[in-house]
Design a binder for this molecule. Sequence first.
Ligand code: GAR
Length: 187
Amino acid sequence: MSRLAVFTSGNGSNFQAIAERIASNRKHTLVCMICDRKNAFSFTRAERLGIKSYYIPYAGRTREEAEKDISDVLESEKIDMVSLAGFMRIFTCGFVSRYSGRIVNIHPALLPKYPGAHGIAESFASKDRELGITIHYVDCGVDTGAVILQKSFIRDFSEPIEEIEKKIHKLEYSFYPEAVEKLLDAF
Ligand code: GAR
């Protein structure tokens, strides 16, 4: 049984999808949710799901200071693996190297296209017919780590961004929890 921490910055719908899968399969433990934004909806989800949460602010301090707090939680909670789910911060290379191969992320675009915070909007604005998601290991670049899995769909150009967004989230909820669980099997 491996121990997972999920990181969020906002809504937390991927966190919830992961939590539900882990709870129903009972192979691993989702120990805690860590969030850098005080009023994020992910805290409400954590409370409803009965999962411990930690608020670790970045505002007004260095990344190293925030990462020291994160490391303290990961150590004290004996976390094996971290899954980023809408966590909108970039880790320093020092932090990533300490947890090498143990941090994964979901990105709402077919990397290396459209990295960063606006993957859905930039995918939508593109002329690409094929859109999708990427699950990848985290390095200290912006969405540049090794790809674990990509899933895509062929877009219909008459669809508004809301429809595209729904399709992307549907792929995320179908494939990210499963991929996280498989990776946890290996620890
Ligand atoms: C998700 O679509 C995720 O792929 C994206 O943020 C959203 C978070 O939604 N992540 C990134 O853009 C990372 N660069 P959620 O908080 O409801 O899970």
